[in-house]
Structures are given as structure tokens and as C-alpha cells.
Design a protein around this ligand. Structure first.
Ligand SMILES: Cc1cc2nc3c(=O)[nH]c(=O)nc-3n(C[C@H](O)[C@H](O)[C@H](O)COP(=O)(O)OP(=O)(O)OC[C@H]3O[C@@H](n4cnc5c(N)ncnc54)[C@H](O)[C@@H]3O)c2cc1C
Ligand code: SF4
Ligand code: SF4
Length: 371
């Protein structure tokens, strides 16, 4: 789906060496020469192919967002800040056990559990947030306990789509996927790729809001000086003005100033354009200041049907999202786009070279600082 298809050497030069890799995992497992160690993706040997799927599906190679939006929604995006949407409201899992296991309202867990129960998907690809040595990793689940085992958020970038490649290779049909916006973008590029239509077997995509993710090695080293990262059971970033990361273990809770860990943010997150997973069927994030609710954006007809069914079955409950909160979300999302464009043009010194982003002129004009 990249406008020009190149090969793994180009992927290495244009993405990996420029620190643009998001560690989404999409290129891992589709050829024997690309490996991932924790969240670091490496090409262990150049294969000599000049046109490769790895380049085509990467979310940081030239990406025509308009074409992907057309593929997913059948029309151009109407709203710049939040993308195409059918509805936006607050939602939470009705089951208190799911809510308390989840990061906020447990909505993602409730929806993934329900999808496997109804047969809307055969399995869901989730990310177990705290695996060996505190590293998140993908898990294929099809039962409620397995879903709950993956509840909560780790803010380390996880190569989750490597697990999807593995599952699809094994012939898994009708998969659901939960991922960050860059993972959803890679997934859509796979579905649009001319190489093969294997990701077409993905039936339902739930995107997570995301402002940034952290690099494993740096964060792990930093935390090791304070506690045993293997004992962490929850991470949270309370709303401003807190400006902290709260870390919970089985025995203690500590707070770390966000300013201490900002240097561990993956460099590619600074050029990331999407906060709310605009290409997902359903997007889910927090509601600032309300702990046990989520923001739910329904974007596609598939997402709408599924959410309506879950509501009717009493699996999730919804409430209107206050206008002030919606305005705040719109603003945060728009600011992320503006920051990304400013960072990119600061690097390239050319408003016509947006690295991986291909934006329509009128969209770019909205995002550049007013003269
Ligand atoms: C890196 C990252 C940054 C985020 N930044 C924001 C933000 O800026 N604003 C905001 O509103 N929300 C953000 N979120 C989303 C938020 O943390 C919750 O995941 C979301 O609101 C769903 O809440 P829930 O109660 O439904 O979660 P749960 O029901 O607990 O489900 C959470 C799901 O997250 C998945 N997950 C956990 N860790 C990862 C990971 N590292 N990579 C991919 N998937 C993972 C698991 O598969 C799990 O199913 C971020 C999440 C991640 C992973
Ligand atoms: S496909 Fe994903 S993991 Fe592979 S190089 Fe691109 S961003 Fe990194
Ligand atoms: S900020 Fe963007 S690139 Fe970074 S993890 Fe989130 S979605 Fe991926």
C-alpha cells in the first residue's frame, strides 16, 4: 500500500536507521530475515529482494492516508481531529470484575470477551501487558480468563502484530485485533497490500488511544534502580496536573515524575499523526478524570453492529460524553497532528517532504503554523 514499493534494504535505511520504527511487529514473521528482540526490530541479513511486503506494509513508509480511509470507510474523512466516526460516548464493562481487572472501564476486555463468546471472531489477538521481564507481548485468546489475563496497559511499545502474522500463518480465521494506532495503520496497510490478502481474515479491529509509547531497554534500566520491574501489576498516567507515572506492584505503589521518563519515549512517536486509532472499527481511550469509564468511538458499520449487540446483551453500558470532554479530546488529537507535522518539517526542512505521511494540501494547510 506504500505508493512506491521498495525492499528490505530501503526499510532498513528509511525506517530502522532513522529511528522511525514503531515496533508494531507487522514485518516480523513474514520473512526469516527480520527479527525482534524485545521492542527492537532488526534485519539480520539482506535478502536482496527489491520489492518486498515488509516495505509495503510498514506504517512508517510512504502512506497514502486518503486511500486507506477510502478503503475502510468508503469515503474521505470528514473530521480532521478525530477522523471518521459514527458515534462517540462514554462506555464501561457492566461486569464489576471486568471493570476492576481493566485499565479504566474494562471496555476493551468486555468487548473482546464478548466477541469470542458470540463467535463474531474465532480468536482475539491481545497484548499481555506484563510478560517476562516486564515486556508486553501478543497472545491469542478465546476465553474470558485468557482475556482478563491481558487486561491493563503497559506503555512499552509491543511488537503485537508479529503474533498476528504467526496466527494467520497457522490458518486462524476471523481474528479480532486490539492495537495502538500505528498497529492499526500497519494492519490496514496489510489489508490493502497487493502482495497477498492474508490480513483480510481480521474481522474486528479495536484501536487504543495513544499519545506515546516507551522504549523497553531504557525504561527497564531506569526502573531497575527503583524496584523489581517483574513485580509490576499496573501502570497509570493520571490526568494533569499530576504529571506522573503511577507504578503498582503487589506490595507497593510509587510515583515517578513523567519528566524523568520522557527521554524514553520512542523517537517515532514524535512524528505520529494519529492519537485515536482513526482506521479502527472501534477506538477506545480513557475519560480524563473519570477512572472507571472509557471513551468509545464507533467508526465503521461493523463496529456499530457489534457495539449495539454488546449493549443489548448487557455486556457494556454507555452514557453521553460531556461536550467539554469531547472538545478537549478533539483539541488533544489535533495538537498531536500539529506536533507531528512540526517535528517532521523541522527534520526535513521541506513542507513537501513529510517522511511517511501523504496528506492532502488542504489538510496540511490546517496543520502548519499560521503565517
Ligand atoms: C502505549 C499505550 C499508550 C496509551 N496512551 C493513551 C493515551 O494517551 N490516552 C488514552 O486515553 N489512552 C491511552 N492508552 C489506552 C489506555 O491505556 C487503555 O488501553 C484504553 O483506554 C482501554 O481501557 P480498558 O479499561 O478498556 O482496558 P482493558 O480492558 O484493560 O484492555 C486493555 C488492552 O490493552 C492491550 N494492551 C496493553 N498493553 C499494550 C501495549 N503495550 N500495546 C498494545 N496493546 C496493549 C491489551 O491487549 C488489553 O486488551 C494507551 C495504551 C497504550 C498501550
Ligand atoms: S513494519 Fe513495524 S516493526 Fe517493521 S520496521 Fe515498520 S514500524 Fe518497525
Ligand atoms: S504514539 Fe504513535 S507510533 Fe507511538 S506507539 Fe502510539 S501509535 Fe505507535
Amino acid at each position: 500500500m506504500s505508493e512506491q514499493i521498495k525492499g528490505p534494504l530501503d526499510l532498513e535505511r528509511e525506517v530502522l536507521k532513522r529511528q522511525l520504527c514503531t515496533s508494531c511487529g507487522a514485518c516480523v514473521g513474514i520473512c526469516p530475515y527480520i527479527k525482534v528482540i524485545k521492542d527492537r526490530v532488526v534485519i539480520i541479513e539482506p535478502c536482496g529482494i527489491t520489492e518486498g511486503k515488509c516495505y509495503d506494509i510498514c506504517p512508517r513508509t510512504g502512506t497514502n492516508l486518503g486511500a486507506l480511509e477510502q478503503m475502510v470507510f468508503g469515503k474521505p474523512v470528514e473530521e480532521l481531529a478525530l477522523g471518521s466516526l459514527i458515534s462517540i460516548e462514554m462506555a464501561q464493562a457492566k461486569d464489576g470484575k471486568v471493570r476492576s481487572a481493566g485499565q479504566y472501564g474494562g471496555l476493551v476486555s468486555a468487548l473482546s470477551m464478548y466477541a469470542t463468546k458470540t463467535g463474531d471472531v474465532d480468536s482475539f489477538l491481545l497484548t499481555k501487558p506484563f510478560g517476562k521481564d516486564f515486556m508486553p507481548g501478543s497472545v491469542l485468546v478465546n476465553s474470558a480468563p485468557e482475556v482478563l489475563n491481558c487486561a491493563r496497559s503497559n506503555y512499552i511499545a509491543s511488537p503485537t502484530l508479529a503474533g498476528m502474522n504467526q496466527a494467520l500463518k497457522k490458518g486462524k480465521d476471523r481474528l479480532g485485533v486490539v492495537g495502538t494506532p500505528c498497529q492499526v495503520l500497519a494492519l490496514r496497510k496489510m489489508q490493502a497490500s497487493r502482495f497477498d490478502g492474508i490480513a483480510e481474515k481480521v474481522g474486528l479491529t479495536i484501536g487504543l488511544f495513544c499519545t506515546w509509547a516507551l522504549s523497553y531497554r531504557e525504561l527497564f534500566q531506569y526502573l531497575k534502580g527503583k524496584l523489581d520491574p517483574a513485580l509490576i501489576t499496573r501502570l497509570d498516567i493520571p490526568p494533569p496536573p499530576a504529571n506522573t507515572l503511577t507504578i503498582t506492584t503487589e506490595t507497593t505503589e510509587i510515583e515517578i515524575p513523567l519528566d524523568d521518563i520522557r527521554e524514553f519515549i520512542k523517537p517515532t512517536c514524535r512524528v505520529c499523526y494519529d492519537m485515536t486509532a482513526e482506521l479502527a472499527d472501534i477506538s477506545v481511550g480513557m475519560v480524563e478524570g473519570i477512572e472507571d469509564w472509557n471513551t468509545l468511538i464507533v467508526r465503521t458499520e461493523r463496529g456499530k453492529k457489534f457495539v449495539q449487540k454488546a449493549k443489548k446483551a448487557g455486556v457494556i453500558g454507555t452514557e453521553p460524553l460531556e461536550k467539554a470532554r469531547l472538545d478537549h479530546l478533539r483539541d488533544a488529537s489535533l495538537q498531536k497532528k500539529k506536533r507531528a507535522v512540526a517535528e517532521i518539517t523541522g527534520r526535513t526542512k521541506d513542507v513537501k517532504d513529510l517522511l511517511y505521511l501523504r496528506l492532502r494540501d488542504e489538510v496540511l494547510k490546517e496543520l502548519l503554523p499560521k503565517a
